[in-house]
Design a protein around this ligand. Structure first.
Ligand code: GRF
Length: 197
């Protein structure tokens, strides 16, 4: 019986593709759903090309009604009966009320070396701080933003003259390497952190 994984996206879905492509052969998990809060997310087409069921819960009709959005999100997710939920470029903040029933079963990838730079504009902040290294973190999602137990990190150097774009471009391939490694380990029941390189 495979571990069922729902993947939540908002955009290109490059992390979703990396995760889905990794879940083959003797991998204990399989993707059961790709869900986006944006109907125009390019990742939806990529998931459909891979034969993965997709869904959309557009957040815009729920403007000012976060509980309503999260109830619709939960209903769609629960239909797919996931064992794990992987946030992959999902750009909506999830409240404690949403996260709590899934405690320990939601993972997220964040483009910084947490606990540094929670929130947005992580690369700009790392460069402005003069950091010599940056990277990405896979962590368990808890009610506090970008704050849960760390399951993996990948480090890259910050180079002289780096912009947020050049740094993001150096980190993204590491995300695609790290997230599938962490997902497989978690699906195997092991939560020991993975540190790259
Ligand atoms: C990535 O930089 C990831 O760190 C952040 O969202 C960005 C886009 O991810 N969470 P994807 O290409 O949609 O997977």
């Amino acid at each position: 019986m495979s571990v069922r994984v729902a993947i939540l996206i908002s955009g290109s879905g490059s992390n979703m593709v990396a995760l889905a492509q990794s879940m083959q052969g003797d991998h204990p998990a399989r993707p059961c759903l790709v869900l986006s809060n944006r109907p125009d997310a390019a990742g939806l087409g990529r998931a459909q090309d891979m034969g993965i069921p997709t869904a959309v819960v557009d957040h815009r009709p729920f403007k000012g009604d976060r509980p309503g959005f999260e109830a619709a999100l939960r209903a769609e997710i629960d239909k797919a009966r996931p064992d794990l939920i992987a946030l992959a470029g999902f750009m909506r903040v999830l409240t404690a009320d949403f996260v709590r029933p899934y405690a320990g079963r939601i993972l997220n990838i964040h483009p910084s070396l947490l606990p540094k730079y929670k929130g947005l504009d992580t690369h700009t902040r790392a460069i402005a701080a003069g950091d010599t290294e940056a990277g990405c973190t896979v962590h368990e999602v808890t009610p506090a933003l970008d704050d849960g137990p760390i399951l993996g990190q990948a480090r890259v150097p910050v180079l002289r003259g780096d912009t947020a774009e050049t740094l993001a471009a150096r980190i993204l391939p590491m995300e695609h390497q790290l997230y599938p490694l962490v997902l497989r380990r978690v699906a195997e029941g092991n939560r020991a952190p993975i540190m790259l390189p």
